[in-house]
Structure formats: structure tokens, C-alpha cells
Design a protein around this ligand. Structure first.
Ligand code: NAP
Length: 297
């Protein structure tokens, strides 16, 4: 019995795909690339445009600024009052578009309801669209053109799979959620990696059965217990994008982690999974934007 317990402790049944490990690996490589850029006189810079003071935007902003500082990327924060008009936001974007010292721009969305989201997201130059919000960036993902920037959370899902050597090519993958921010782009990115992809949503029938049939499961719903132990089995790799706050105040994902972990090959925790990787991807995009700018000149 003692021997069995020892084996179990050393070789747990489920792997935890820890975001921190992926993020640190990305950051380590970025430090070297930033040094190279600085030798060429270029200091990669991210501008953050925020309308209002939404607490979750502020939390993400702090994380992005910290990550950028550690890597040597400069940040500049532009805060607009939440009563700002669409034209005022567009004016700021025009200034950032023409500022050669800014290489990437992050615009927090959703914007206040009175602001025209389509105008805002498509005003930003594609070269600086480091969170892939514009139609040009999105079209590139659909075409399988890797010269643009994908939405950072969607890209984080793919990077986690790659970091933990999960084979995507030829595998069946299901994405639960079809938003333009995560579900649709991550499904296209899996397709570009040659997975066989199914997309599910709130009207999908027999969701549990579909989940059980797929080796890779990406859940981006925003509903706790969307993925339970009933629909999971040994070989599955699960990426939990969802963020839900439990009645007790505890943050949980879409997956019933406690009961699913141990039943599957691997799973991302919440917190400490996808969210931990997203800011590293953002900074990676800023560095790539600065490198592309360097190559153009
Ligand atoms: P969203 O725009 O609300 O989209 C949610 C999607 O889930 C929709 O496509 C919806 O289907 C689908 N859905 C809702 N109920 C469902 C059900 N019962 N069964 C199957 N599908 C269902 O949300 P989002 O912006 O994509 O974000 C998804 C989650 O990711 C949220 O919890 C969000 O907080 C989290 N998030 C995490 C990060 C991170 O870094 N970890 C970043 C951003 C967002 P319909 O299209 O039919 O309505």
C-alpha cells in the first residue's frame, strides 16, 4: 500500500498544464529579442488605451505592465473618461497609429455601450493590432496567414498545447464557445494546425457526447461545470478558458476541475492556466511588431 501511494504521488494521473511555466518560457526568449532590438536603437513599446476604470481591465493592465517591465518592454497608459465619445476614442487611436515610438496598442473592450465598437477596432493599424481585434487581423487567421496578430487569449490556448507537446495535427478537437474573441479564432487556429475541429455553442445538442468524442477540448463559455467528469476520459487534453466567480467568491473555470483532473491526460487550472499566459503573448506580439517595424526601415 505504501508503495502504491508513493507511485501515485510521483506519477499523478492528470497533468496540470501550468500557465506560469509556459509564460516564463515565452518571457525568457523575449528578453533576448528585446536586447537585440535595443542594440539596434529600437525600444519596443506597448500603449494601452482604456476607457473608464473597469476593475477587471485594471487588474489585466497591472499584469501586462508587470510582465512588460520584466521583459524590458516599455508601456504607456492612456486613460479616457467613460463618457468619451466615439470620435474622441478615434482621435487617440489616430495619434497612436502615427506615433513611431509605439509598436503595439491594446484597447480594452467591451467599450461603454455608446461607443461604436466596429469603428474603434477597425481604426487601429493592423501592424499595431497586437490583440487581433480588427477585421484585417481576423481575416488573416481565417486565411491561415501568420503575418498578423491573433487575439492573445486564443493564441495562449495554442501555445499551452504546444508547450506541453500535445500533438494537434490530425486530432479531433472541440471548441465550446463561438465568440470573436476566443471561440472562433481558436477554432481557426486549431484548423490551421491541421486538427479536425468541431465548434459548439449554447444551441448545441448532446454537448457531453461531443466533448467525450474529442481528444482536445477548449472550453470558452463562462459557465461553471460545462465540462464534467461524465464527458471526459483518459486521453483528453483540456484547456479551460472560462472565468467564473463561485458564490463563495472563489474563481473557477468552465471545467469541474476536482472531478475531471485525474481522469484525463492534462488540464489547465483556473486561476493559473490560460490567463497566466495571455499577457506573455501580448508582450510577444509587441516585440514582433517592433521587429517588423525594424525590418521595414
Ligand atoms: P462570450 O462572448 O459570452 O461567449 C460565450 C460563448 O459560450 C458563446 O458562444 C455561447 O454560445 C457559448 N455558451 C453559452 N452557454 C453555453 C452552454 N450552456 N453550452 C455551450 N456553449 C455555451 O464569452 P467570451 O468573451 O468568449 O469568454 C468566454 C469565457 O472566457 C468567459 O468566462 C470569459 O471571462 C473568459 N475569458 C478568459 C480569458 C483568460 O485570459 N483566461 C480572457 C478572456 C475571456 P452562443 O454563441 O450560442 O451564445
Amino acid at each position: 500500500r505504501i508503495v502504491l501511494e508513493k507511485i501515485w504521488k510521483e506519477e499523478p494521473m492528470g497533468k496540470i498544464f501550468k500557465g506560469r511555466e509556459v509564460a516564463d518560457n515565452i518571457s525568457e526568449k523575449l528578453v533576448k529579442r528585446v536586447d537585440e532590438l535595443k542594440k539596434k536603437g529600437k525600444s519596443p513599446t506597448l500603449a494601452i488605451l482604456r476607457v473608464g476604470v473597469n476593475p477587471s481591465d485594471l487588474a489585466y493592465e497591472r499584469g501586462a505592465v508587470n510582465r512588460a517591465e520584466k521583459i524590458g518592454v516599455k508601456t504607456r497608459i492612456l486613460e479616457l473618461d467613460e463618457t468619451s465619445t466615439t470620435d474622441e476614442v478615434l482621435e487617440k487611436i489616430d495619434v497612436l497609429n502615427s506615433d513611431d515610438t509605439v509598436h503595439g496598442v491594446l484597447i480594452f473592450r467591451p467599450l461603454p455601450k455608446h461607443i461604436d465598437d466596429d469603428k474603434v477596432r477597425n481604426r487601429l493599424k493592423a501592424d499595431k493590432d497586437v490583440d487581433g481585434i480588427g477585421d484585417v487581423s481576423m481575416a488573416k487567421i481565417y486565411r491561415g496567414d501568420t503575418s498578423g496578430f491573433a487575439p492573445c487569449t486564443a493564441k495562449a490556448c495554442i501555445e499551452i498545447l504546444k508547450h506541453f507537446d500535445v500533438e494537434i495535427k490530425g486530432k479531433k478537437a472541440v471548441v465550446i464557445g463561438r465568440s470573436m474573441v476566443i471561440g472562433k479564432p481558436v477554432a481557426m487556429m486549431l484548423l490551421n494546425e491541421n486538427a479536425t475541429v468541431t465548434i459548439c455553442h449554447s444551441k448545441s445538442e448532446k454537448l457531453s457526447k461531443i466533448i467525450a468524442e474529442n481528444e482536445i477540448v477548449i472550453s470558452a463559455v463562462g459557465r461553471a461545470n460545462t465540462v464534467t467528469a461524465e464527458c471526459t476520459c483518459g486521453n483528453q487534453k483540456i484547456i479551460d478558458v472560462g472565468i467564473n466567480v463561485h458564490e463563495s467568491g472563489k474563481m473557477v473555470g468552465d471545467v469541474d476541475f476536482e472531478n475531471v483532473f485525474g481522469e484525463v491526460y492534462g488540464i489547465t487550472p483556473v486561476p493559473g492556466g490560460v490567463g497566466a499566459v495571455t499577457t506573455s503573448i501580448l508582450i510577444d506580439h509587441v516585440v514582433r511588431a517592433a521587429e517588423m517595424d525594424c525590418n521595414r526601415k
